[in-house]
Design a binder for this molecule. Structure first.
Ligand SMILES: O=c1ccn([C@@H]2O[C@H](COP(=O)(O)OP(=O)(O)O[C@H]3O[C@H](CO)[C@@H](O)[C@H](O)[C@H]3O)[C@@H](O)[C@H]2O)c(=O)[nH]1
Ligand SMILES: O=P(O)(O)OC[C@H]1O[C@](O)(CO)[C@@H](O)[C@@H]1O
Length: 850
């Protein structure tokens, strides 16, 4: 068979090359030699003798014989094939004889077989000796299985996911194209698809940025894309009652420019405006589609990564809907890691990564989310625990208080839930049938090999040597250069294996993002330095759909997957490798520790220790029993990373979220206020001045603005710390009409009022003020005012003015100017109070933050 020929020839070449290297005098490192008699050449001999049929080997010898020429290599090849064929024949005879005995004495027979193979390979080289001289709950501890509502009991959920950065599309994802298009993109797309196929879910919208920049495929500019589920059941009929999962692309930021995640921060509000309008429209449309009289609001608004966390917080606040958050890679941890590397100062790191924006956004997300989805326990205990808004022990105490119905004094922490991501099994799963692969080592002939195989194999002198595979964005933290050094400096590893580096897609390194270009340049420099030509593959292109084939090729050569990132928040590639029967070597920093506890399919290493990486790779590849055990374990346990399970768990959590009344919808009266018809709103925000000054400032502001030729499409809003009745008695005597304003933000932001005439005309009617109920419910949410009031009252008694021996309290509660959500304090002598900015009457109000 042509396919087998290729594999045999490749192994024969590897045997010849391994022998040659030994002649060259490169000795294995002491550590590796200490391991015993293993040699790469013997490994390949075993592979040929045990893996191929005697007739295939015979044909190979015939061919080698026919090609015989005076060249030394050909002569050696011919000799070797003859001997291998003979060895294989001997082995076959031996096995026949042993077959009956084996039934009775299996263990001894196994040993004999192994010894025989070893002897045979010794025999082969005999003539050439001269010349060649958690507790399962660790990962899933927060699982809700059993106690929570079953997802099947829910109905018609609308779920909104947000992921702002990178290139997001459902088909042929360009993972690794840049540092923003990686695991998170795959995660959110697969999650959206899986959720929409879950019982009870009606529609999932994944909101992202619309990209219309030149050099980017037009698909990223499409306003909406239906995501086809892995099972292919996405046609309207097959989806039945479900509307499906969609990517919705919202324009924001510069129209024709792709923005890296560090550059998105100033434009998030703009995204929120677009997203708000989409969600409102879609909720109403779903309400109509499924025959409800009211809009169907999202059950949750789920932000992915810090930037989308801010967007989700703003949307959940304005719509009064629950928020969930997934960090993906937390800023504090990244900052710590970069500081440890010592290459940049804190300021430089902030300049490059805008890390403080990211950390602040994560704090805000903690504050606004009801649920945070973590991939591992480590993420909660060692990463989130570093944030001001979360503390493991306090979170537990608060939860216990909530359960008892005790007051938490406004202190809140989101529920942390561990739900690891899944893998899409889809069409690939049948390839995991280990038995069939074992029985037939080459299931498909070479002509049917996936095209990407030849794209990779063309780099290698001995393409069937065990393949060490890395798949990672070309990003410094993925530590690809240490891997190349580990490989390049370990001669026995180089003899035994090849290295394949999948580092995204590129046209020209010079056109890549600086950071990615720097990684690629270092890798190529190292390949040159160690002269690794013929031993390392670094293909320029691969399609997303080809990634499973790449893992399979590595598994087929009995290779290993390697991820030695300095830190890995989760590591989707590790579960992808396991799913494709490929054992792993992974960083011991971060989630891989927990992944390996579940899968038990490889070894963990210190990513900074180059020798440890080389040793671990050598051990895994050369110890065939270990390799097979890891492969089997990975395949056996991979089902624990499943999207359907993830969704079941996730939805049961979402259903436990307390009901919140959506802010927009049924209250039509507010839509009729003038403010809803304006194109522009000018907010005059004044305080801390005398009454006269206040009036003068307001009047001046209005006059100046009127001189700008304003149309009716511009409205005014006045924002102060005053109560509505104080505002009324300020404006009217000064000759201003409350109806000159569209709204009043009063009591330091805790109330919003809309003025209007209660009669037909201004002359025969009275002005009334309608309270904004949506804003009220927004403030009410997690209102911790009582605790704060008690605290402030206690504090006020401690602020005293000293005159000789007498002490006099100078701050007092001011009930007259307080309201339900605004606490006012009167300050007798402002000079003694440094903390507050004082108002015109020496009164300060404060409202707890949401
Ligand atoms: O050239 C490449 C490089 C990567 N990938 C794919 O991109 C994904 C990479 O995912 P991952 O290994 O998880 O790395 P990151 O892109 O760094 O993803 C971030 O986000 C993930 C999802 O939360 C977490 O698992 C990671 O730890 C975190 O670093 C995988 O599906 C890869 O198969 C490619 O297809 N081609
Ligand atoms: O590149 P950083 O800062 O490490 O952040 C990682 C984030 O970027 C991505 O790698 C791109 O998808 C995400 O997967 C992840 O959330």
């Amino acid at each position: 068979m042509a396919g087998n020929d290729n594999w045999i020839n490749s192994y024969l070449d590897a045997i010849l090359d391994a022998g040659k290297a030994a002649i060259g005098g490169d000795r294995p490192s002491l550590l590796l030699r200490e391991r015993g008699h293993f040699s790469p050449a013997r490994y390949f001999v075993e592979e040929v003798i045990t893996g191929y049929d005697e007739t295939d080997l015979y044909k190979t010898w015939l061919r080698a014989n026919a090609m015989r020429s005076p060249q030394e290599r050909n002569t050696r090849l011919e000799n070797m094939t003859w001997r291998i064929w003979n060895l294989a024949r001997k082995k076959k005879e031996f096995e026949k004889e042993e077959a009956c005995r084996m039934l009775k004495r299996q263990p001894e027979t196994e040993k004999a077989r192994a010894d025989a193979t070893a002897d045979m390979s010794e025999d082969l080289f005999e003539g050439e000796k001269g010349e060649d001289a958690g507790d399962p709950s660790v990962a899933y501890g927060d699982s809700t299985t059993g106690s929570s509502p079953k997802t099947s009991s829910i109905d018609k959920l609308y779920i909104v996911l947000i992921s702002l950065h990178g290139l997001v599309r459902g088909e042929n994802m360009e993972l690794g194209r840049d540092s923003d298009t990686g695991g998170q993109v795959k995660y959110v797309v697969e999650l959206a698809k899986a959720l929409s196929s879950s019982p009870g879910v009606y529609r999932v919208d994944l909101l992202t940025r619309q990209i219309l920049a030149p050099n980017f495929d037009r698909s990223y500019g499409e306003p909406a894309e239906l995501l086809v589920s892995t099972s292919g059941k996405n046609s309207k009929q097959e989806r039945g009652e479900n509307s499906g999962a969609y990517i919705i692309r919202i324009p924001f930021g510069p129209k024709d420019k792709y923005l890296a995640k560090e550059q998105l921060w100033p434009f998030i509000q703009e995204f929120v405006d677009g997203a708000l309008s989409h969600i409102v429209k879609m909720s109403k449309a779903i309400g109509e589609e499924i025959g409800f009289r009211h809009p169907v609001w999202p059950a949750v608004i789920h932000g992915h990564y810090a930037s989308a966390g801010i967007a989700a917080a703003l949307l959940s606040g304005s719509l009064n809907l629950p928020m969930a958050f997934t960090g993906h890679f937390l800023g504090k941890d990244k900052l710590e890691g970069l500081l440890k590397q010592g290459r940049q100062t804190r300021e430089q790191i902030n300049m490059t990564y805008k890390i403080m924006c990211r950390i602040e956004a994560e704090e805000l997300s903690l504050d606004a989310s009801e649920i945070v989805i973590a991939s591992t326990r480590q993420e909660i205990e060692e990463q989130w625990n570093l944030y001001d808004g979360f503390e493991v022990i306090l979170a537990r105490k608060l939860r216990a208080r909530v359960k008892r119905g005790a007051n938490c004094y406004g202190r809140f922490m989101p529920r942390m839930v561990i739900i690891p991501p899944g893998v899409e099994f889809g069409h690939i799963i049948h390839d995991f049938d280990m038995d069939s692969e074992e029985e037939n080592p080459n299931p498909c002939p070479a002509s049917e090999d996936p095209p990407i195989w030849s794209q990779i194999m063309r780099f290698f002198t001995n393409p069937r040597k065990p393949m060490i595979l890395a798949v990672a964005r070309p990003y410094p933290e993925k530590n690809i250069t240490t891997l190349v050094k580990a490989f390049g400096e370990c001669r026995p590893l180089r003899e035994l294996a090849n290295l394949t580096l999948i580092m995204g897609n590129r046209e020209a390194i010079s056109k890549m993002h600086n950071m990615s270009a720097a990684v690629l340049t270092s890798v190529l420099t190292l390949i040159d330095e160690y002269d690794l030509y013929g031993q390392v593959a670094y293909p320029k292109h691969h399609k997303h759909s080809e990634v499973p084939d790449i893992y399979r090729l590595a598994a087929r050569t009995k290779g290993a997957f390697v991820n030695v990132a300095y830190f890995e928040q989760f590591g989707v590639t590790l579960i992808e490798a396991a799913m494709n029967g490929l054992p792993i070597i992974a960083t011991k920093n971060g989630a891989p520790v927990e992944i390996n506890q579940v899968l038990n399919n490889g070894l963990l290493v210190d990513p900074h220790d180059q020798n440890a990486i080389a040793d671990a790779l050598y051990k895994l590849l050369s110890d065939k029993q270990l390799w097979s055990r890891c492969r089997e374990n990975g395949l056996k346990n991979i089902h624990q990373f499943s999207w359907p399970e993830h969704c079941k768990n996730y939805l049961s959590r979402i259903l436990t979220l307390g009901p919140r009344s959506p802010a927009i919808g049924d209250r039509e009266e507010q839509i009729n206020t003038p403010i809803s018809r304006r194109n522009h709103i000018i907010v005059i925000s004044v305080d801390s001045v005398s009454k006269e000054d206040l009036v003068r400032i307001i009047r001046n502001a209005i006059e100046v603005i009127h001189t700008q030729n304003m149309s009716d499409s511009t409205g005014f809003v006045l924002s102060t710390s005053l109560t509505i009745s104080e505002i009324y008695s300020l404006l009217v005597p000064a000759g201003m009409l409350p109806t000159d304003f569209d709204a009043f933000i009063c009591n330091s932001g805790s109330n919003i009022y809309y003025p209007s005439y209660s009669g037909e005309t201004p002359n025969n009617s009275k002005i009334t003020f309608a309270l904004d109920q949506n804003h009220q419910s927004h403030i009410e949410y997690r209102w911790g005012g009582e605790g704060l009031r008690k605290y402030l009252v206690k504090w006020a008694t401690s602020v005293v003015e000293r005159k000789g021996r007498t002490e006099r309290q100078i701050i007092f509660e001011d009930p007259e100017h307080s309201s339900t959500y605004c606490l006012a304090f009167r300050v007798v002598n402002p000079n003694h109070v440094l903390v507050f900015t004082l108002g015109n009457r020496g009164t300060q109000r404060c409202s707890p933050r949401r």
